[in-house]
Design a protein around this ligand. Structure first.
Ligand SMILES: *Cc1c(COP(=O)(O)O)cnc(C)c1O
Length: 377
């Protein structure tokens, strides 16, 4: 077999995307977000390359399990790991892992903060705090600021290692959006209050992809890009013109044609015996919902050698049908490679717009059955 189903990941594009990010934000260090298996790209391989070849020093994950896996798979590496949401700080087993593996929890509520500050094991551990400046999800509350400052002082903390907050609406226009401006003003207020209380801020960050692409909140020590590192813009379709981002997509999702045959209008195909609407050529590809190609992707148009086909009928567990017009026949060959998306941002964004799934979700849905294959092209 010459082709097989795989997610090919060109690590040269990662290097180029990072260079491009550094041009947009030349004065910021990067906290590289690799949660959810590096947005489906294979966390360990991405971190290994980013750390060893691209000199990235700081990575963000969502769960302690993800962080622990990084330490286990890349044992002698010196990079920092932040755990953002599923921290389980008070679980004694988890606490032990933070301490022994040098993994840093992001503290997002008052009770965890109290626990962290009052536990002598964490006395010399870096303190990272995330505030809710208007996202209203996780985060220390603006109204708790006075009490938090008191608590820090009472426990002899004179410095915060990293103060951060997260935008709720960076996928939209941020620069003239009152909500985003309010969030950033809240963040500036926090910084001012900590400093005037004699508490040092070693690092600060606010911007994720959408904000970085719009040049917003870059006046902090760090930025926290996720999606843009992997290629696509973080902005929603109606706002993409506001983005300066021109990165390339790291991955291309390749499968191959298992079978191809002519079909006539009114013939029925596959599960549910779906009726073919017009004479055409039907291609069977080796990708289904068992690989992360959702049944809801039915109807999505895909391009192959200049011809447009449509995902037709039910997507199966292991296969999907794609219906082309008769004139495509000569260009559709059994065992040939078939790409679902390629390295051009247009390709994944077009897929995303049609399937009504954000690129984040499309990437994360790819299952473990699809091999991630890395190369430099
Ligand atoms: C996921 C995440 C990011 C990265 O967001 P993108 O939109 O993918 O750039 C940044 N900060 C926090 C706290 C996150 O959870």
């Amino acid at each position: 077999m010459r082709f097989r189903t795989r997610l090919f990941i060109n690590l040269n594009h990662l290097s180029n995307n990072l260079d491009k990010i550094k041009k947009i934000a030349p004065n910021n260090e990067i906290l590289f977000m690799v949660k959810a298996d590096a947005y489906g790209h294979g966390m360990v391989s991405i971190v290994k390359y980013a750390h060893e070849e691209l000199k990235m020093k700081c990575f963000g994950v969502a769960t302690l399990g993800e962080a622990k896996k990084l330490r286990e798979e890349l044992p002698r590496s010196q990079f920092e790991i932040y755990v953002f949401s599923d921290t389980q700080l008070k679980n004694p087993m988890c606490k032990e892992i933070y301490l022994s593996e040098r993994i840093i929890p992001v503290i997002s509520n008052f009770s965890d903060l109290q626990f962290f500050l009052e536990d002598s094991d964490f006395q010399f551990f870096p303190l990272i705090m995330k505030f809710n400046t208007g996202m209203n999800r996780l985060g220390l509350k603006m109204g708790e600021l006075e009490e938090i400052i008191k608590l820090l002082k009472k426990n002899g903390r004179r410095s915060i290692y990293h103060l951060l907050s997260h935008f709720s609406s960076a996928a939209f226009s941020v620069k003239d959006d009152e909500h985003s401006k309010n969030q950033y003003n809240n963040f500036l207020h926090l910084k001012k209050e900590f400093k005037s209380s004699g508490i040092d801020l070693e690092r600060t960050s606010m911007a994720n992809s959408g904000a970085i692409e719009q040049g917003f909140a870059l006046n902090e020590t760090h930025i926290r890009p996720g999606l843009m590192l992997y290629g696509p813009t973080g902005l929603n379709a109606p706002h993409r013109h506001l983005s300066s981002w021109d990165g390339l997509v790291l991955s291309r999702l390749e499968t191959y044609i298992i079978d191809v045959f002519e079909v006539k209008a009114k013939e029925t195909i596959g599960y549910g015996a779906k009726e073919i609407p017009y004479d055409g050529v039907l291609v069977i590809v080796a990708l289904g919902y068992g690989d992360g190609i959702s049944t809801s992707y039915e109807g999505t148009e895909l391009e192959h050698k200049g011809h447009i086909g449509k995902i037709f009928g039910n997507v199966n567990m292991d296969m999907a049908q794609i219906l082309f017009k008769p004139e495509a026949k000569a260009d559709l060959k059994i065992r040939e490679k078939f790409e679902i998306w390629n390295h051009s941002p247009k390709s994944i964004l077009n897929f995303s717009d049609q399937t009504k799934r954000i690129p984040y979700e499309i990437f994360c849905q790819l299952t473990g059955r699809v091999p991630r294959v890395y190369g430099l092209e």
